[in-house]
Every structure is written in structure tokens, then in C-alpha cells.
Ligand binder design. Structure first.
Ligand SMILES: *[C@@H]1O[C@H](CO)[C@@H](O)[C@H](O)[C@H]1NC(C)=O
Ligand SMILES: *[C@@H]1O[C@H](CO)[C@@H](O)[C@H](O)[C@H]1NC(C)=O
Ligand SMILES: *[C@@H]1O[C@H](CO)[C@@H](O)[C@H](O)[C@H]1NC(C)=O
Length: 300
């Protein structure tokens, strides 16, 4: 038995120390509970496992990665979440076990050249998207499991692998634009859908799909920036007064369609002089850059 006095003053110190080694870049954890547990285990080391009296176990609550048995195989405790530290050595019991669908792996994602030490972290076994019974697409099984355990009464289950089918949703719509004759303008349109959407551009009053045969109009497509998204741009080079009007981004898949209009106003240099338009705030011309800055994990 360690002297009880030493143990009582050592514990708060250890709890202070233990807050620092949380891995950088990890998802926010519900608290350092699992690390505190590790230190408590260390303090109890040498005492061995007492005979199991399961009625004396504290019932773990709000375990978002499920429950696992403690080192003595007696009481249930919360399993560790994705991004939390874990014990690579299965016989060790410091950080604790990863939950269902998670495995303990050495994280080599950090900047090792800058002296960062690879840490063992819980990582989801599968990175495949799934459709939940709530109609939402989850990026992987561990996200769905967390949601299911957070709201047990919702009975959340996997409906099928792959994303939920969804009609097109215009995530970033084209903005109204004005400019002076001779300038180039670009409309952008970012669409989420599954199956993926087909995008087309039309101009009100014209019965053709752009660009038609007009050499100063071009249309571009690219996948992304998020999964199950397509982005398209309509470019009009050297705009003329006749280009004025309303342009529409139309997105379609087997489940439905969506559209977003935007207007183009073309001013001659004379009109520009008389209206004083340049005092207006700058407009969004290329939504592409702003869309790429958000690398979220949520699905629409
Ligand atoms: C979940 O399942 C339980 C029992 O099967 C049922 O009583 C409850 O209404 C269900 N909840 C939802 C939201 O479907
Ligand atoms: C007009 O177009 C040019 C590029 O062709 C762009 O640099 C400028 O910002 C645009 N002006 C306005 C008011 O959007
Ligand atoms: C615009 O106005 C300025 C003076 O206010 C004049 O010098 C310039 O030539 C004008 N530009 C055009 C294209 O009319």
C-alpha cells in the first residue's frame, strides 16, 4: 500500500498534467475522463484486481463509442472515441480501448520532422459513407454509431451502404453580376446530389442549352469540392449589351431537379461614367475559391 497521504496530493497534480497531451488536430473529446481513468489505474497498479462485485460498478453514461470491460474484466466503462488516445499494446490498460468499429493505430499524420511523436489513436475501421434511417448520409460507420448512441430513442440504423439518395441541392448558387462591356464574367454553381447531378446553363428567353454555338460563351464542370458534388461555371468573354439577362443553373438527377437564377447587367463605359457604379462594393465573381476553403465532414 502506498502512503495514503502521498496519493491524495499526487492525484490533483497528475490530473493537471494529464490535460496537456491531448493530440493536436483531434476532434474535441467530451473531456479528459478517459485519460483521468488511465492515471487512476496507474495509481491503483500493484493492487491487482479485487474480486469482481459488479453491483458496485458505476454505470457509465453517454458512451458515444459504446462500452468495454475495464482492465479487470469486471465493470463496464466508456470505450474511447475516434481521435482519442489508446493503448497499442493489447495487454496495456492506460488510455483504454477503442469502441466498436474503431481500431488503435499509430497516427503518422502529424509533422514528424518537427519533432512530433506519432501517437496511438482510435481510428474508424471503415471510411465508406452510409445512409442512416434518419435519411442523412454519414461519412463512415463511426459517425453513424456516435449519432445512434447519442440519441438512443431515435433507433438510428444503417439503411444501406453508400450515401442516401437525394435530389439536387444547390449548395453555392450563382451571384448577380454587373460589368462593363468587353470584360469577362463568370457564374458559378455548386450542386450536391446522389446520384450525382447533371448541370446545365440556360438564358431566359433563349430555347437552347448554353453555350450553344456562341464562341464567346463557355461552360466548365468539375467534381467536388465535397463528395457527391459537382461544380459548374458559365463564362462569358468580352460581354456585350446583348448578353444582359437572367441566366439559370439547372441541376437534375433521377430524383428531381433544382435551379438557381442570377442576372447579368452590362454597362457601356458611358453609362458607367454617368451612374457612378464603381462605388458599389465588389461582387463575387469566382465562388470556387470560397467553396474550397470549407473542407467539412458533414453531408448535405
Ligand atoms: C424506437 O423503438 C422503440 C421500440 O422498438 C419504439 O417504442 C419507439 O417508438 C421507436 N422510436 C422511434 C423514433 O421510431
Ligand atoms: C469586371 O470584370 C473584370 C474581369 O473581366 C473584373 O476584374 C472586375 O472586378 C469586374 N467588375 C465588377 C464590378 O465585377
Ligand atoms: C468619363 O468621365 C471622365 C471625366 O469625368 C472623362 O474624362 C472620360 O473621358 C469619360 N469616359 C468615357 C468613356 O466617357
Amino acid at each position: 500500500m502506498p502512503p495514503p497521504l502521498a496519493a491524495t496530493w499526487a492525484l490533483p497534480l497528475l490530473l493537471l498534467v494529464v490535460r496537456t497531451p491531448l493530440p493536436t488536430g483531434a476532434r474535441p473529446s467530451p473531456g479528459p475522463d478517459y485519460l483521468r481513468r488511465g492515471w487512476l489505474r496507474l495509481l491503483a497498479e500493484g493492487e491487482g484486481c479485487a474480486p469482481c462485485r459488479s453491483e458496485e460498478c458505476a454505470a457509465p453514461r453517454g458512451c458515444l463509442a459504446g462500452r468495454v470491460l475495464d482492465a479487470c474484466g469486471c465493470c463496464w466503462e466508456c470505450a474511447n472515441l475516434e481521435g482519442q488516445l489508446c493503448d497499442l499494446d493489447p495487454s496495456a490498460h492506460f488510455y483504454g480501448r477503442c469502441g466498436e468499429q474503431l481500431e488503435c493505430r499509430l497516427d503518422t499524420g502529424g509533422d514528424l520532422s518537427r519533432g512530433e511523436v506519432p501517437e496511438p489513436l482510435c481510428v474508424c475501421r471503415s471510411q465508406h459513407p452510409l445512409c442512416g434511417s434518419d435519411g442523412r448520409t454519414y461519412s463512415q460507420i463511426c459517425r453513424l454509431q456516435e449519432a445512434a448512441l447519442a440519441r438512443p430513442d431515435a433507433n438510428l440504423t444503417v439503411v444501406h451502404p453508400g450515401p442516401c439518395e437525394s435530389e439536387p441541392q444547390i449548395v453555392l448558387h450563382p451571384y448577380d453580376i454587373w460589368n462593363v462591356t468587353g470584360k469577362d464574367v463568370i457564374f458559378g454553381c455548386e450542386v450536391f446530389a446522389y446520384p450525382m447531378a447533371a448541370i446545365e446553363w440556360r438564358k431566359d428567353g433563349l430555347d437552347i442549352q448554353l453555350p450553344g454555338d456562341d464562341p464567346h460563351i463557355s461552360v466548365q464542370f468539375r467534381g467536388g469540392p465535397q463528395r457527391f458534388e459537382v461544380t459548374s461555371w458559365l463564362q462569358i468573354q468580352a460581354v456585350r449589351p446583348s448578353d444582359e439577362g437572367t441566366y439559370r443553373c439547372l441541376a437534375r438527377n433521377a430524383l428531381g431537379q433544382a435551379e438557381a437564377p442570377a442576372s447579368l447587367t452590362v454597362l457601356t463605359p458611358d453609362q458607367l461614367n454617368s451612374t457612378g457604379f464603381p462605388q458599389l462594393p465588389a461582387q463575387h465573381l469566382v465562388p470556387e475559391e470560397e467553396a474550397e476553403s470549407e473542407e467539412g465532414e458533414d453531408y448535405y
